[in-house]
Design a protein around this ligand. Structure first.
Ligand code: PGA
Length: 242
């Protein structure tokens, strides 16, 4: 893995935003994989600022978000779709038709997962995937366990994941959906390049297990060691156990 360590969260955000902007300059029709969550908020703010300054044009970019809660509408304030609207899409010129999202309110979630997998394929695959790491080592919503699923699928969220997403549901963990839809590890691995972002002390152990530990489904992020083009963007705190 190509590991890049920065002093602060802000420097990480600037580096990742720079990486994305550069990829779009090189390929204006970039297919960009996106992640919701607290970590990339600063990166999205940086990208909005660069767009406002006329430094990057998203008009031909296609996006695919990695995961979404099941059982809620895309318009629900706790959905990742709304999270992305607030933190990113509303501040840049992405064509709404090129924004792709899993719909956790679809009538048939298996059909919805198949649709998403095919949509990624039809777009020519993901060029650059932004990815976070959960404190439990998950990537997307691929939770640690004895086995992982390759394709986009429905998952049962771990208690810790639901707790860590409670802020999206007014801090009330009981309101966080118990299930979600997520790209599988195979879907994520077909991305031509993956930019993993982790910041803060609370991510240090998961980062160390992902980078230095054995490759195991009990730490889904450890599988990233097998992908030839992973860049890891860390601040000092998240890198402190390497
Ligand atoms: P976070 O989530 O950015 O909110 O820490 C990362 C993840 O769970 O993948």
């Amino acid at each position: 893995m190509d590991i890049r360590v920065f002093e602060t969260d802000a420097e990480v955000a600037a580096a990742v935003a720079g990486r994305v902007a550069e990829a779009i300059r090189a390929r204006p029709t970039l297919v960009l994989g996106l992640a919701a969550g607290g970590t990339p908020v600063a990166t999205y703010a940086e990208l909005r600022a660069r767009f406002a300054a006329g430094q990057v044009d998203f008009s031909h970019v296609t996006t695919f978000n990695i995961d979404e809660f099941a059982g809620i509408e895309p318009s629900h304030p706790g959905s990742f779709r709304q999270f992305m609207q607030v933190h990113f899409f509303s501040g840049v010129n992405i064509d709404p038709h090129r924004i792709h999202f899993l719909d956790g309110s679809a009538a048939d979630l298996e059909v919805e997962c198949d649709r998403y997998e095919k949509a990624i394929e039809n777009a020519g695959g993901i060029d650059l995937q932004l990815l976070g790491i959960g404190t439990n080592g998950h990537i997307g919503f691929n939770e640690p366990g004895p086995a992982l699923v390759a394709r986009t699928h429905r998952v049962r969220l771990h208690a810790i994941t639901r707790r860590e997403n409670a802020a999206l549901f007014s801090g009330d963990v009981s309101r966080v959906p118990r299930e979600a839809l997520t790209m599988g590890v195979g879907t994520i691995f077909r991305a031509r390049a993956i930019a993993v972002v982790a910041t803060g002390q609370r991510k240090a152990a998961a980062v160390a297990r992902a980078v230095l530990g054995p490759i195991t489904t009990h730490v889904p992020a450890s599988l990233l060691q097998l992908h030839g083009r992973v860049e890891l963007y860390l601040d000092r705190a998240a890198a402190s156990r390497l």
